[in-house]
Design a protein around this ligand. Structure first.
Ligand code: 5AD
Ligand code: SF4
Length: 494
């Protein structure tokens, strides 16, 4: 990883080794060996750079931030970094070099939450190092002041709805306070910043809706990120224009349920209209959005993708289970049949749209028959990619107290069976793509000359060879020559 890419260290929690925003992101085939090269642009937008000089209250103090979890967290870390840079703080690559160390945490599954405490444990023997250790994100919101008991060397705990207060919280610590918290959830504002530091020089993430109002019985997100709050369409479009002016060509709109977007302004722009408006901004070549909830996924979104080439042909539409009985217990608000109707609608679009999903195995009470229905749904949906998880009981959720827990060993068996079946489906499908030509946005270069990696509009990783030497950030036509279950390989069409 290059210096800039590593500055906000991000850990994936999805699919074992990938994460929410990085679909199809799997190890490269051994022959390709692609790594992300140093990202050359500053990562800080021009107006922001001016702000750094204007407000030097951090006075050169250093900070380090490590991110766990989903794309929303990765982007929140970019915003936190932007706010601190705007106050004169300097970002460094290691906790050792930092005065302020932040962990932006994830609590979607137990394992992710544990990881944070093991990271904090590393400071047990270095309590008097003079550093400020802060816990941000979902574990902060969920555990609150209990974190101080478990790791007394932590001095700041702050959930995502309170990040705008971070500079003041740091000032309080500098003024002699030992413990500060920002744990409000009821703010009706979204976390808007004047300064956002972006760590991918080609793709800019933009949160359009925060929080979640759904009540999926297994999910901790509504408790950690609070209720849904949408940003006004005018502000979103203003930011997209700034991003395009700064040279970003791909915009990814984010939300836990991104398609539940409701414009709070009097314009009342629908989600599909917003997609069209973002795609129409001069300089924008690709628009992605994640994650969609099936209940709010309508024909108008498919129509928009069909008719606007800049809207990427990819929809992430988590099903969670193929059994209507389990879906009801999960409170997902749709049946297997209703979900499959949405898939048929997407599949019948005039241009091929990739569909990916999230699936949980071993939900309380999931029988062998229920699980079999999830397996047959894989065949019916023919997903282009699936992130699959063993059910993990979470605090505050209703599923936590449901009877008939599935033993861990059985959950593991179901997970492997599901992943094996899905891998076969992907291998068979990807082989049909050999010979096709796709446009990719090049985002990686190999150490070896002439080898590159990019993503198709459908979000597939496509590794390829080219005689050219300056491809990073460019859109290139590539013909597919080899297919694996998780990525394609090919050569540039000259
Ligand atoms: N256990 C396992 N997986 C979960 N997810 C959410 N909550 C849990 C849980 N308690 C999965 C869902 C969701 C994805 C981000 O994480 O599949 O779509
Ligand atoms: Fe969690 Fe359900 Fe909201 Fe997704 S829609 S964040 S799974 S509660």
């Amino acid at each position: 990883m290059g210096p800039l890419a590593s500055r906000i260290r991000a850990h994936a929690t999805r699919g074992g080794s990938s994460d929410c925003g990085k679909l199809f992101d799997t190890p490269m085939p051994p022959s390709i060996d692609v790594r992300l090269e140093s990202l050359t642009r500053s990562g800080l937008e021009a107006p922001a750079a001016a702000l750094v000089q204007a407000q030097p209250s951090g006075q050169g103090a250093t900070f380090y931030i490590e991110t766990f979890g989903c794309q929303m967290n990765v982007h929140d870390s970019e915003k936190v970094a932007g706010v601190l840079l705007g106050r004169g703080y300097l970002q460094v690559d290691s906790p050792e070099a930092a005065k302020v160390v932040f962990y932006n945490t994830c609590s979607i599954r137990e394992k992710a939450a544990h990881k944070v405490f093991s990271r904090l444990g590393e400071f047990r023997t270095r309590k008097d190092s003079g550093k400020i250790i802060g816990v941000l994100g979902c574990v902060a919101q969920q555990e609150g002041e209990k974190i101080f008991e478990r790791a007394p060397w932590v001095s700041l705990v702050c959930g995502s709805a309170s990040y705008r207060k971070l500079p003041e919280l740091l000032d309080e610590l500098e003024a002699g306070n030992h413990r500060v918290t920002g744990l409000d959830k009821d703010t009706d504002e979204t976390f808007e910043t004047e300064v956002t530091r972006r760590d991918n020089p080609y793709r800019a993430y933009l949160t359009i809706i925060e929080g979640c109002d759904k009540t999926c019985s297994y999910c901790v997100v509504p408790f950690t990120r609070g209720p849904e709050r949408s940003r006004s369409s005018a502000l979103i479009l203003e930011e997209v224009r700034r991003l395009a002016d700064a040279g970003y060509t791909e915009i990814q709109l984010l939300g836990q349920t991104v398609n539940s977007y409701r414009d709070p302004s009097s314009r009342r722009v629908s989600f599909a209209e917003l997609l069209a408006a973002v795609a129409a901004v001069a300089g924008v070549r690709r628009v992605r959005f994640t994650t969609s909830h099936p209940r709010d996924f309508g024909r108008d979104i498919v129509d928009a993708i069909e008719s606007i080439p800049a809207l990427c042909d990819h929809v992430h539409l988590p099903v969670q289970s193929g059994s209507t009985r389990v879906l009801r217990a999960m409170q997902r608000t749709y049946t297997r049949e209703e979900y499959l109707e949405k898939i048929t609608m997407i599949r019948s679009a005039r241009r091929a749209i990739s569909v990916t999903s999230d699936i949980i195995v071993g939900f309380p009470g999931e029988t062998e028959q229920d699980f079999e229905e999830t397996m047959t749904l894989l065949e019916a949906a023919k997903y282009d990619g699936v992130f699959s998880f063993q059910y993990s009981p979470r605090p505050n959720t209703t599923a936590q107290h449901m009877p008939n827990a599935v033993p861990d060993e059985e959950k593991g068996r179901r997970l492997i069976a599901l992943q094996t079946r899905q891998r076969d489906i992907q291998t068979a499908h990807n082989e049909t793509l050999i010979g096709q030509t796709y446009e990719v946005l090049v985002d990686g270069a190999s150490r070896r000359a002439g080898q590159w990696a990019g993503r198709t509009s459908g979000n597939r990783v496509l590794n390829f060879t080219s005689p050219r030497s300056d491809l990073l950030g460019q859109y290139i036509q590539v013909r597919v020559t080899h297919a694996g279950p998780n990525s394609l390989a090919g050569e540039q069409v000259i």
